[in-house]
Design a protein around this ligand. Structure first.
Ligand code: HEM
Length: 127
């Protein structure tokens, strides 16, 4: 294929997920699912959905190799004082997997997203 040279050798996870609009749609749906999840929704009782969604989109965009710059707190600081548990984390991970399935995100990309989130578990929990 003569066009190959013009393409990036390996598109980032961000590109393969469909860019910022796709991330925005996923985060919007995730908010709906989390808000209805009695296991964890109490944590978000005072959260402003739009501001939070914007931060989460920027975070995920940057973490997946996209062109955004996340300006929020690091993951340890952002969750300090919440005393989050493995149960909280697993519930959010389950909700995320459900949403990725709803958007028919392919297995490879879904796996990469879940691994990325899993790597943040120690930063988020227990403090
Ligand atoms: C890898 C998993 C997680 C990621 C990537 C993540 C990401 C984020 C981000 C980007 C923020 C915004 C920080 C800021 O604006 O400076 C945030 C805040 C927050 N997170 Fe997480 N989080 C994770 C896990 C969790 C879990 C398991 C819970 C509870 C079930 C949780 C509850 C919250 C709450 C309550 C806030 C504050 C929201 C507000 O501004 O009111 N997070 N998180």
């Amino acid at each position: 294929c003569t066009g190959a040279a013009a393409q990036s050798a390996s598109p980032s996870l961000y590109e393969r997920l469909g860019g910022r609009d796709a991330l925005g749609a996923v985060v919007g749906e995730l908010w709906t699912v989390v808000a209805a999840d009695a296991r964890i929704n109490r944590h978000f009782a005072h959260t402003r959905p739009d501001a939070f969604a914007g931060q989460l989109v920027d975070f995920l965009c940057q973490a997946s190799g996209g062109p955004c710059r996340y300006k929020g707190q690091d993951m340890h600081s952002a969750h300090t004082g919440m005393q989050l548990t493995d149960g909280d984390f697993n519930a959010l991970a389950e909700d995320t997997a459900l949403v990725l399935d709803r958007f028919k995100v392919p297995a490879r990309e879904k796996g990469e997203v879940m691994n990325m989130l899993g790597g943040l578990r120690p930063a988020v929990l227990g403090h």
